[in-house]
Design a protein around this ligand. Structure first.
Ligand SMILES: Cc1cc2nc3c(=O)[nH]c(=O)nc-3n(C[C@H](O)[C@H](O)[C@H](O)COP(=O)(O)OP(=O)(O)OC[C@H]3O[C@@H](n4cnc5c(N)ncnc54)[C@H](O)[C@@H]3O)c2cc1C
Length: 444
């Protein structure tokens, strides 16, 4: 079969790998000038760095498998991150369980309730069945009380989901906590996070190179304009004004894009795609001449215009990045938010007061370079009863398939799950093709 894959993010690459191994001819269309999708990188001081902060957990066994299979295992580092929470003008370290007791922003009883809630959730393997109908706000408020909610979980939910925060399902929050506790090595009380020296681009670029060496075509700067459908069957793709015929087509793009490039999708399928709303992801990245904070991951519980400050060079050494201290100021916004119209300098001015709240000595002369990145499919909003909003991989048009981050559940979206979905849809396309071939052979 000739298969056209739309999108060269990690899901598209993983699907192409499975299809190629099953003997199919694969062409990947990518709108951007490089493969990698949301894990795309840019150079800082001579080293590649993700436009959006990336690390992996020890539970991300599929990413680890890809890294090992591509011969890059020796570059994977496991590091104990220095995490903290900023609230009421102060940074509180959050590395060991003892740190929770030192979180004096709230009374001792509230701290104990925060800790007990986390302990309870980390032991609940059945959170999916248990929490499908409950919002995170409802459950957490009941478990930890108003004060702890307002200082900790409330601002984090608000920062990630804005006006949708109150609709977010408890399954999403339960699984985040459950998996974070799982990312500890050898029974340690400290979390470890994984990072590939030289950036995650090393593994997905190696995968793309391998696909090309074995005959796949990867067409960069080639956004697909439309899926061509005849008599209820996908017959090809239109890109750059040219028609490319295919026996099967896989979309790995967010729902909003799938809806616009595949107008023939059946009405009930379109309705499911329209159900899930996305938050845009934005990252202002600063290259500084000195550190901003002592922490890698600083979550923000105060009213600042960003939800997290991730200082990458408190995780990997600044020397790798030409001596630059690299800081991501991350935020998630609804489509139409004014910040999405700003350039890096305008965003910086907008964030300046917030940056000074983190470090009052901060001076703009510390900034050597800055960049602003945004992605419309940054974070699907995972509401209660989300399992009813997950689109099938078979779209209802014969030969047209979909695999994207809205199908990741109950885990939060991540490379690991996109790779798994890519592999799964690749197998599905192959099995459908084999079934059609068998029925033709049998004269059915
Ligand atoms: C801010 C942020 C932080 C993250 N942090 C982490 C982390 O720490 N760890 C982790 O594991 N994961 C993290 N993730 C998640 C991870 O990056 C994603 O889950 C994963 O990369 C999604 O891969 P995908 O292939 O499903 O989709 P995408 O990466 O979105 O790929 C889709 C591709 O389709 C292309 N495309 C779109 N329209 C068209 C068109 N018309 N024609 C052709 N091509 C098109 C896009 O350019 C893109 O390359 C993060 C994501 C974000 C946004």
């Amino acid at each position: 079969m000739k298969v056209g894959v739309v999108g060269a993010g990690v899901a598209g690459l993983a699907a192409a790998k499975v299809l190629q191994e099953a003997g199919h001819e694969v062409t990947i269309f990518e709108g951007r000038s490089e493969v990698g999708g949301q894990v795309v990188t840019f150079p800082v001081g001579g080293e590649e760095l993700e436009c959006f902060y990336h690390h992996i957990f020890t539970s991300d066994t599929t990413v680890i498998r890809y890294i090992e299979e591509l011969g890059l295992g020796r570059h994977l580092r496991w590091i104990e991150p220095r995490n903290a929470h900023f609230v009421r003008g102060r940074m509180y370290p959050f590395v060991t369980p003892i740190d929770l007791l030192r979180f004096t922003a709230i009374p001792l009883t509230s701290r104990i309730r925060l800790g007990l809630a986390a302990l309870w959730l980390r032991r609940r393997a059945d959170g999916l069945a248990r929490y499908e109908g409950v919002t995170a706000r409802e459950w957490m408020l009941r478990a930890v009380g108003q004060e702890a909610f307002d200082a900790f979980w409330g601002p984090l939910l608000k920062g990630k989901f804005a006006d949708q925060a109150d609709q977010v399902g408890m399954v999403w929050l339960w699984n985040k906590i459950y998996l974070r506790f799982a990312s500890r090595k050898g029974g340690s009380s400290k979390e470890v996070l994984g990072y590939l020296e030289g950036s995650f681009k090393r593994y997905y670029r190696a995968l793309a190179d391998r696909l090309e060496d074995r005959g796949a075509a990867i067409l960069l700067d080639t956004p697909v304009e439309q899926v061509a459908v005849e008599a209820g069957r996908a017959v090809g793709l239109r890109a750059g004004g040219t028609f490319h015929p295919f026996d099967a087509v896989l979309l790995t793009v967010p729902n909003v894009i799938a809806l616009s490039i595949a107008p023939d999708l059946p009405a009930d399928y379109r309705e499911i795609l329209q159900r899930v709303r996305y938050q845009w992801a934005t990252c202002l990245v600063l290259a500084l001449d000195r550190p901003l904070t002592p922490y890698y991951w600083l979550s923000i519980g105060d009213d600042l215009p960003f939800v997290a400050c991730i200082e990458h060079t408190n995780f990997m050494p600044a020397e790798r990045y030409g001596g630059n201290h690299v800081v991501y100021l991350s935020n998630y916004t609804a489509p139409g938010h004014p910040v999405l119209q700003m350039d890096a300098h305008q965003v910086f001015e907008h964030y300046l007061t917030g940056i000074r709240r983190l470090n009052p000595r901060f001076d703009r002369s510390w900034v050597r370079e800055m960049w602003f990145f945004k992605d419309p499919g940054g974070q699907p909003v995972i509401t209660t009863h989300y399992s009813r909003s997950i689109p099938e991989m078979r779209t209802g048009i014969q030969g047209l398939y979909l695999s994207n981050t809205t199908q990741v559940y109950p885990e939060d979206r991540g490379q690991n799950y996109s790779l798994l979905l890519g592999e799964k849809v690749g197998r599905l396309i192959h099995e459908d093709a084999a079934r059609v071939a068998a029925s033709r052979g049998a004269g059915i």
